[in-house]
Ligand binder design. Structure first.
Ligand SMILES: C[S@@+](CC[C@H](N)C(=O)[O-])C[C@H]1O[C@@H](n2cnc3c(N)ncnc32)[C@H](O)[C@@H]1O
Length: 337
């Protein structure tokens, strides 16, 4: 029975995801805040059918997102609090992004991706994921907010695992809204920073870096890492960039890094590094890998695979710094050869 139950729970994952995504789209967590409310009041506030909303609220309570404090009255449960948009550890944008119809449409074609080895996103939209984001300002803002929300816990671990004070200028390639650079500069006050990303990618960087008090030591540059990466730094960081792309595209990014990194400089690849044999304790990197297959055409990689990519681009891996448990992230330090 336990095996059947586990399998059924996985099948119900689609329903859970829709239930939580609908809660986020209706803004239920912001409506509730610290209060408790009856389903009729919530239906009036969200413009929904009271009976149907009551059923959604019960499903959310069954999942621990809400607590039913009296028949038909609900407050946020522990797992529901990050659905609020006004809490520092909000995950609301991530929930909205991962349940967005544009992404769900490519998930429907997972079997096709497995049969062909090709991402389905491009076939549906005529452009890759980031090309699509560049045409969708609202979705792009949501993607940047998602990256901020999911990256912050790792970004906070990165300065613990590597001594950034060894460097004068750190350039974060594909650094998005500057979340990682802000954490690096916070702990290394002598260091200057550059965030480099596409124009839509850096759209919120000024706000993040100013809020972190790092704007005066930072420059923001927009560009295309397939064309070139800026000169002028002695540490080039690539966090969650290479996993978005296939080996050929990674080769182009790394070749552009190789042209920019000075002889005594360093490249630091921050990625979830897969063990040689699957570690079933944490399914997250393997599920992200399938997301990369379906949506991006990229993949999660092992240490050996990153070493090969580096070697082919003229870098030698000289150290691998793991982040602290429970993340699977490592910092792969390489230098030009
Ligand atoms: C998965 S996100 C990682 C963001 C950030 N490094 C982090 O870990 O939170 C990939 C980033 O690559 C950027 N990007 C995609 N294509 C790009 C290109 N051609 N040139 C520069 N940046 C690009 C995206 O805008 C996005 O910010």
């Amino acid at each position: 029975m336990a095996a059947h139950q586990r399998l059924m729970n996985m099948m119900f994952g689609t329903i859970c995801s829709q239930v939580v995504g609908t809660a986020a789209r209706l803004g239920l967590a912001d409506q509730l805040g610290d209060d408790e409310l009856g389903y009729r009041e919530l239906a009036a506030r969200t413009g929904t059918h009271p009976g149907a909303l009551a059923r959604l609220l019960r499903a959310l309570a069954a999942l621990g997102i809400l607590v039913e404090t009296a028949p038909g009255t609900f407050r946020l449960g522990e797992a529901g609090r990050p659905l609020r948009t006004d809490v520092p550890d909000s995950q609301a944008a991530a929930v909205l992004l991962f349940t967005d119809p544009a992404l769900l449409d490519s998930w429907k074609l997972t079997e096709q991706a497995v049969r062909t080895g090709e991402p389905t996103f491009e076939g549906l939209y005529g452009t890759d994921f980031f090309g699509f984001l560049a045409t969708q300002p609202e979705l792009s803002e949501r993607f940047n907010a998602t990256m901020r929300q999911v990256s912050l816990p790792i970004a906070q671990l990165v300065p613990v695992s590597y001594d950034f004070t060894r460097h004068r200028t750190v350039l974060d390639i594909g650094g998005g809204d500057g979340t990682l650079l802000a954490q690096i500069l916070k702990g290394a006050r002598s260091v200057q920073g550059i965030v480099f990303d596409s124009p839509s990618g850096v759209a919120e960087a000024e706000t993040t870096l100013t809020a972190a008090g790092a704007a005066d030591r930072c420059r923001i540059e927009a560009g295309d890492f397939f064309a070139a990466v800026p000169d002028g730094a002695d540490l080039y960081v690539l966090k969650n960039i290479l996993h978005d792309w296939d080996d050929e595209r990674c080769g182009t990014i790394l070749a552009n890094c190789r042209k920019a990194v000075p002889a005594d400089g360093r490249l630091l690849i921050v990625e979830s590094v897969l063990p040689e044999v699957i570690d079933t304790a944490d399914p997250a990197p393997y599920l992200t890998d399938i997301s990369m297959l379906v949506n991006m055409g990229g993949q999660e990689r092992t240490r050996d695979e990153y070493e090969t990519l580096c070697r082919e681009a003229g870098f030698a891996v000289i150290a691998v710094h793991p982040t602290v448990f429970p993340t699977s992230y490592s910092l792969i330090e390489a230098m030009p050869v």
